[in-house]
Ligand binder design. Structure first.
Ligand SMILES: *[C@@H]1O[C@H](CO)[C@@H](O)[C@H](O)[C@H]1NC(C)=O
Ligand SMILES: *[C@@H]1O[C@H](CO)[C@@H](O)[C@H](O)[C@H]1NC(C)=O
Ligand SMILES: *[C@@H]1O[C@H](CO)[C@@H](O)[C@H](O)[C@H]1NC(C)=O
Ligand SMILES: *[C@@H]1O[C@H](CO)[C@@H](O)[C@H](O)[C@H]1NC(C)=O
Ligand SMILES: *[C@@H]1O[C@H](CO)[C@@H](O)[C@H](O)[C@H]1NC(C)=O
Ligand SMILES: *[C@@H]1O[C@H](CO)[C@@H](O)[C@H](O)[C@H]1NC(C)=O
Length: 911
């Protein structure tokens, strides 16, 4: 079947390939963007004089942004800076006008046990006036208390203050009026033009450290209402410091960050506030020339770097969730297809038990899924996706293998709820895409949020789609980091890592797999075989009741039949009883008082579908079962083919009991169900091969049987056998169904209305097939076509209301129940009365059954007339008036059927 689905399968396989290629494409594009000169270290082309070009790269050729990527063999040094609050947030006691002009002083809070001491020391902090030595500008700056409002960055080759546009501040007790000017600063080999600005540093004394604390707390920026914010440069508590003891506590603000992400702050701006205090203390000690100035800092040298982003690993979880889950609707629709087209029942009728069906389907889907995953991983690895290449293949194998198993079991479970392929497909695909998107945009947030309880994440992972997402997410994280750091992806030992969710995912998947497998099998038993949920209890109970009922129901049965004086039916019953006593018989089918009672539900009474049927069929006989709809024919056939168990009584097929030996009966039984249960994409030949194998045929025997079978139903020639059955006409499908029922030379065949919906030509062809087939087997055939019954069947039984009303061949039945001729005559309407008189003369008990514009129909009792009289009377009439047409017909089987059915229904409604 998969061979036929080649387009779908190619699409299926192309989907992951497409996603992989898309990822590679995105990755290539990202790399291309990242490789642009503006993102790497800047380079220039230096003419070497011979018309050639020498490429030189480095900070000196780079813009500020590019400089970040350059190799820094000799990092520049730069003066330490204080973190200065933005002008609009600075604490001011009165008036907000400075906030607008940006000239607000920055405040520093001081406290200590000895106010004199504290103020003296603090006074030394900003005392030195700015004195620029033009030949060494950096040193002159470093002597001062420098600060900046810019926020620090993690990549700290040079303090961000020197790269940003905002000026560098130097703090003074009082600022001159022309306090802003520009300087050319040499940092390493680069020269930066930088604005330098004087900012007034205000030192305020506070009585205690708790006072400072309160003030700092109030200063904290909440929202962006500038008026209420009073940010402070730093605060110092000199505690018990004195001339021979230096003991200081410093408050600093660590919350200045480049972005809202969780990157750690470079604490480099704190160093200066410490040095400020210690230097001020040293200067307070006798001799103002002493200083321990913390002038410069510099980074360690580093090689050139490149910006790298492994997009495949970042997008991987979403895309690959789609890829892997895509198999789910595929398996699901395949299962639902066999259910919707009732092929499972068909296979069961031909002896394919639930167990093997499950095993075969499971193994098949597992193979398909494995091949699919293998292609996917191999392809992904080949085109170089780190997601596959960096992580240990054995972990990937275990993870994917467990997941596809779980997925197949889930599909089995879910398939029970669907009866249409279309709904199943829609729901399946919605689940695939929904799960991927929910995983990517919701579930991932929970995984990344370290404050979210781990148990919550695990609870979500109980949903298989999310556990898949989690596993893929872990792979992607390990691949991303591995790529970034140049190390391996996930290894087995990494499962011990407490942050690695893979261990839980694997455990959850294994447990769910086993649980879902059991539940799905069980649910399937309940749904597909119509058994009640308490499967095992139920079985025993049924056995008990059936064994209890047997004797009493039997007595009851015979009493009913005696009452109704159905001699033929009674004879059949006696024959059955006789046959049961004999050890071996040539009879293929013997039904012994077979009954089916459906238990009453919702307070309704029990329904008697079959009320004691006894029947014996010798080999070579075709038994036609006639009966109105709902008479119980289908229940009877279902019992015979083992779909339902009889409530009491039993039947023997080839001497085997249908209650116990169904497995062996299947090999010698064929069924042609009422509706064609065929796979649209398989050819007629393939159907026959399949069912032939179920009948234990193989090798040359099988080929031979299939050819014979095709020939017998006239599907062999003209390439019909190799056409897909979906393209067959109704008649061809029906003939194929009949051929299926006959393959493997079954001894017993059940045909449920084999010719419904066929045109007369196809029907005749089908009849020929059945006629030939009945030679060495017993056939039970139900039909609504009397013509068919008469044509094909050796014996007929009319089955009404769960009982056989009569049994016999067509002639006998007609003789027994007919008993009248039908006389029709058409004249002009003026002669109607004369016709009536003529009929009354022929037979006084004639009844008119039909009259319309000159055409009249009469029933004449057989025992009152002779056919010769009728002819004579008509000849006479012809001489008197014009007879347009006339006819005399014997009773048809149809009349018999209607009579019997009406009679039986009348009796049953009386009782
Ligand atoms: C406070 O510090 C000043 C300056 O060092 C010192 O002269 C004075 O004695 C100190 N006062 C006390 C109570 O220690
Ligand atoms: C300026 O700096 C240079 C180099 O460090 C030094 O030689 C010179 O003496 C300094 N000039 C003054 C006035 O300090
Ligand atoms: C701080 O202490 C001084 C002297 O002890 C006192 O006059 C002043 O009111 C105190 N300030 C506050 C805010 O408590
Ligand atoms: C510390 O820095 C943060 C972030 O810039 C700011 O919101 C807050 O107001 C500052 N706190 C003080 C007391 O200055
Ligand atoms: C320094 O100050 C702290 C209180 O901030 C105090 O616990 C500690 O004993 C002081 N150290 C000395 C050496 O006095
Ligand atoms: C796994 O982790 C636990 C603690 O988290 C440690 O005791 C144990 O040795 C680790 N096992 C391996 C194989 O690394």
């Amino acid at each position: 079947m998969q061979k036929r689905n080649i387009k779908t399968n190619i699409r299926l396989i192309l989907f992951p390939l497409f996603l992989c290629l898309l990822l590679v494409f995105i990755q290539k594009w990202v790399n291309y963007e990242l490789d642009k000169p503006s993102i790497g270290c800047g380079c220039i082309c230096v003419d070497t004089g011979k018309g050639q070009c020498e490429k030189r790269c480095g900070v000196e050729y780079s813009s500020l942004k590019q400089g970040f990527f350059c190799a820094i063999p000799h990092p520049p040094e730069w003066p330490l800076l204080l973190q200065v609050p933005y002008p609009q947030f600075r604490a001011v006691r009165t008036g907000d006008s400075c906030k607008r002009t940006g000239s607000c002083p920055v405040t520093m809070l001081i406290t200590g046990n000895n106010q004199t001491f504290g103020q003296l020391v603090a006074g030394n902090m900003f005392s030195r006036p700015l004195n620029i030595n033009s030949s060494d500008i950096l040193h002159s700056l470093a002597d001062n208390a420098l600060g900046s409002e810019t926020e620090t960055r993690v990549d700290h080759v040079l303090d961000a203050a020197f790269l940003s546009k905002s000026p560098v501040d130097f703090l003074q007790p009082k600022c001159p009026s022309n306090s802003r000017f520009s300087l050319a600063i040499h940092l390493g080999s680069a020269t930066i033009r930088k604005d330098v600005r004087c900012v007034q540093g205000l030192q305020l004394w506070r009585n205690s450290s708790s006072e400072i604390n309160d003030e700092l707390y109030k200063g904290y920026r909440k929202g962006n209402s500038e008026r209420k914010i009073n940010e402070i440069l730093a605060a110092y508590d000199f505690v018990n410091s004195k001339e021979n003891l230096f003991n200081v506590t410093i408050w600093y603000n660590s919350t200045y960050k480049r972005d809202r992400g969780n990157q750690p702050l470079a604490l480099v701006r704190v160093a200066r506030s410490i040095n400020l205090a210690s230097n001020a203390y040293l200067q307070f000690l006798p001799g103002p020339t002493r200083e321990i100035l913390f002038e410069f800092v510099k980074e360690m040298p580093k090689p050139e770097t490149k910006l790298r982003l492994d997009f495949s690993s970042l997008l991987g979880p979403l895309f690959f969730t789609w890829v892997i889950m895509q198999l789910f609707p595929v398996v699901l629709t395949s299962l639902v297809y066999e259910k919707e087209h009732r092929l499972r029942i068909m296979m069961k009728m031909h002896g394919l038990e639930d167990g093997p069906y499950w095993m075969i389907s499971y193994a098949y889907f597992l193979t398909i899924s494995s091949i699919y995953m293998l292609c996917f991983v191999i392809f992904g690895s080949t085109i170089g996706l780190n997601f596959f290449r960096l992580n240990d293949y054995s972990i990937q194998f275990v993870f994917y293998f467990l997941y596809i198993n779980l997925q197949i079991c889930l599909a089995f479970l879910v398939a029970d709820w669907f009866s249409h392929v279309k709904t199943a497909a829609v729901v399946g695909y919605m689940m695939v895409f929904g799960t991927g998107l929910l995983g990517g945009f919701l579930f991932q947030l929970f995984i990344q949020d370290s404050s979210f309880p781990k148990a919550g994440v695990i609870a979500m992972e109980l949903f298989p789609g999310f556990s898949l997402y989690r596993g893929l997410y872990e792979f992607s994280q390990y691949a991303f980091n591995g790529d970034y750091m140049g190390t391996d992806g996930m290894r087995w030992k990494d499962l011990n890592d407490s942050n690695n969710g893979m261990r839980e995912v694997l455990i959850i998947t294994v447990v769910e797999w086993l649980v879902v497998l059991v539940v799905a099998y069980y649910a399937d038993q309940v749904v597909s075989s119509g058994k009640t949920p308490l499967l095992f209890l139920r079985k025993q109970q049924q056995n008990l009741t059936s064994s209890f009922r047997k004797p009493s129901s039997r007595r009851l049965g015979s009493k009913v039949f005696v009452q109704m004086e159905k001699l033929d039916v009674d004879q059949e019953r006696e024959k059955v009883e006789q046959l049961l006593l004999e050890s071996s018989t040539s009879y293929s089918i013997i039904c012994n008082n077979l009954k089916k009672i459906y238990p009453g539900t919702d307070g309704n009474p029990e329904k008697f579908a079959v009320r004691g049927l006894s029947l014996a069929l010798p080999e070579g006989e075709c038994f036609g079962m006639l009966g109105p709809n709902g008479a119980g024919k289908t229940s009877f056939i279902n019992m015979m083919i083992g779909l339902i168990k009889p409530s009491s009584g039993t039947a023997y097929v080839q001497g085997l009991d249908i209650r116990t030996d169904m497995d062996r009966i299947y090999t010698s039984m064929g069924v042609c169900p009422q509706h064609d249960l065929l796979w649209d994409t398989l050819t007629g030949r393939e159907h026959l091969f399949f069912y032939g194998r179920l009948k234990n045929l193989n090798g040359a025997d099988l080929t031979h049987a299939v050819e014979e079978s095709l020939k017998s139903v006239n599907l062999f020639h003209g390439g019909v056998a190799d056409k897909q059955s979906g393209k067959y006409s109704g008649g061809m499908k029906r003939r194929l169904s009949v051929a299926i029922s006959l393959i493997g030379d079954p001894k017993v065949v059940y045909m449920d209305e084999p010719s419904t919906g066929l045109d007369p030509a196809s029907r005749n062809m089908l009849w020929d097939v059945v006629k030939r087939a009945k030679q060495n087997r017993a056939i039970i055939l139900t039909t609504h076509s009397m013509e068919e019954a008469e044509h094909l069947c050796d014996r007929l039984g009319i089955f009404v209301d769960g009982r056989l009303q009569c049994v016999g061949n067509a002639k006998e039945l007609k003789a027994r129940y007919g008993g009248s001729y039908v006389f029709t005559m058409t004249t002009s309407p003026t002669h109607e009365e004369e016709v009536e008189n003529l009929v009354n003369q022929l037979s006084p008990n004639a009844t008119k059954v039909y009259q319309i514009s000159g055409t009249q129909k009469f029933e004449l009792p057989k025992d009152e007339i002779r056919i010769a009289d009728v002819f004579e009377a008509v000849e006479n009439a012809k001489s008197r008036f014009t007879v347009q047409a006339w006819g005399l017909a014997d009773t048809t089987l149809e009349d018999v059927f209607i009579k019997v059915a009406r009679g039986a229904q009348a009796i049953s409604s009386l009782s």
